[in-house]
Write a protein that binds this ligand. Structure first.
Ligand code: DSN
Length: 416
């Protein structure tokens, strides 16, 4: 039988998406990345059809003997990479990892402290996300806009006052390392735990270019595995404390996952091997590129946050685009020019500003993976300038961007 119209439409849309996002556009979404062909080859496997509830070698299903070995190997590699004693690789996303840890460490009605949403906190940490759904009561920590970071003095005071069950650090917008050590001291004093959500910076930690939160005093790290860490979409929990691990593993299954999407495991393990061998070079180039892009944008008249501190120490660059029409308009204009970013709240935005926040968030981890270096950041900044300040026709710039993107055919920081 010939393929029916519906099937052809699915194929066509999928092909169009792949061509657009992989060949024609420059992707600067800070929470995404590309997996290598090696990782891709493992992801599309029979394991995607199988079930393996429970822990390796203690499953509720037969047929998992190789999956069990792969899961154990994935755990070993990730433990080595992040210098952690205990790990759970079963959460299927960062939000699920957060849910499991919040549920294991707190109970409905408990007070917690978080990085405020406009300061970059993730929605899962907030009353709108899994934190709120679990009945936990998150209080935003004070945020210092100049420093683009949590205000240590104010936050320590608040932690000592409210004695939260736990404090969640780490964020979706993070230019500079959060003060884990300093707030860990305050938390310790009142018996609170520190959870660090490393989703955005996991790859930088693997490469030794962002402080390892476990060494800085975090009790537990949650993360996704597909931002600066270039694995397939998934989640992970890391800790050095047996008591926490025991609680968490009982919650991940059966509360937050039944099956844990088994084709992720070999692919995540291979991404960990890539990071063991290439992580330092990759993380270091990401940060060089982010700094250079920030400088180039600043030199062209953009309002780049974090100026006093050298703009960024991560993969991210933040622009205040209020004078250019706001985050929504700017993100759409850039999309028309084949540059993909997302609009983002900035620290002064109110909840009602979510539809047109002040900022856009840029991440350079994906363009770094396809081989862009500092000189290429000049080129990208010039495209921003042409579209947003010179107001050139975005369709014309889109052609230039498509041609520029076409030069980067390889994917680096993997085995050939
Ligand atoms: N929403 C993602 C981000 O863009 O940061 C994290 O889950």
């Amino acid at each position: 039988m010939e393929l029916p119209g519906e099937a052809l439409r699915i194929l066509k849309l999928n092909e169009a998406h792949n061509k657009w996002r992989r060949e024609e556009t420059v992707n600067l979404i800070a929470s995404e990345n590309l997996t290598s062909p090696l990782v891709d080859s493992l992801y599309l496997s029979d394991a995607m059809h199988r079930y393996a509830e429970g822990l390796p070698f203690k499953r509720f299903y037969q047929g998992t003997k190789y999956i069990d070995e792969i899961e154990v190997l994935c755990e070993e590699l990730m433990r080595k990479l992040f210098k952690a004693k205990y790990i759970d690789v079963r959460p299927i996303s960062g939000t699920i990892a957060n849910g499991a840890v919040f549920y294991a460490l707190g109970k409905s009605g408990d007070t917690t402290c978080i990085c405020p949403l406009p300061g970059g906190g993730h929605v899962s940490h907030s009353k709108y996300g899994i934190m709120g759904a679990l009945g936990l009561k998150p209080l935003p920590l004070p945020f210092n806009v100049e420093e683009f970071n949590i205000d240590v003095e104010g936050a320590s005071k608040l932690i000592k006052e409210v004695r939260p069950k736990f404090v969640v650090l780490g964020a979706s917008v993070i230019l500079f390392p959060h003060p884990v050590k300093e707030l860990g001291d305050a938390a310790n004093e009142v018996g609170s735990k520190i959870i660090f959500d490393a989703a955005h910076v996991l790859g930088l930690i693997a490469g030794g270019k962002y402080p390892n939160p476990l060494s800085e005093g975090a009790n537990v790290v949650t993360s996704s595995t597909h931002k600066t860490f270039p694995g397939p979409q998934g989640g992970v929990i890391l800790t050095n404390e047996e008591e926490i691990y025991k609680k968490v593993k009982k919650v991940v299954f059966p509360v937050f996952v039944s099956n844990h999407h088994l084709h992720r495991l070999a692919a995540t393990a291979m991404a960990a091997v890539e990071m063991l061998y290439f992580g330092e070079a990759y993380a270091s180039q990401i940060i060089k590129n982010a700094k250079r892009l920030a400088e180039c944008l600043y030199n062209r008249g953009f309002k780049v946050l974090g100026e006093k501190k050298g703009f960024t120490e991560t993969h991210q660059v933040l622009l205040d685009v209020r004078e250019l029409g706001g985050g929504t308009k700017v993100a759409l204009m850039l999309e028309k020019a084949n540059i993909i970013v997302n609009k983002n709240m900035l620290p002064w935005d109110r909840p009602e500003d979510i539809k047109n926040p002040s900022g856009i968030r840029i991440g350079v981890q994906e363009v770094t993976r396809i081989g862009m270096r500092e000189g290429d950041m000049e080129v990208l900044a010039e495209y921003f300038y042409k579209v947003l300040i010179k107001r050139e026709d975005p369709a014309k710039v889109a052609e230039e961007v498509r041609e520029f993107r076409g030069k980067f055919k390889e994917l680096l920081y993997t085995f050939k």
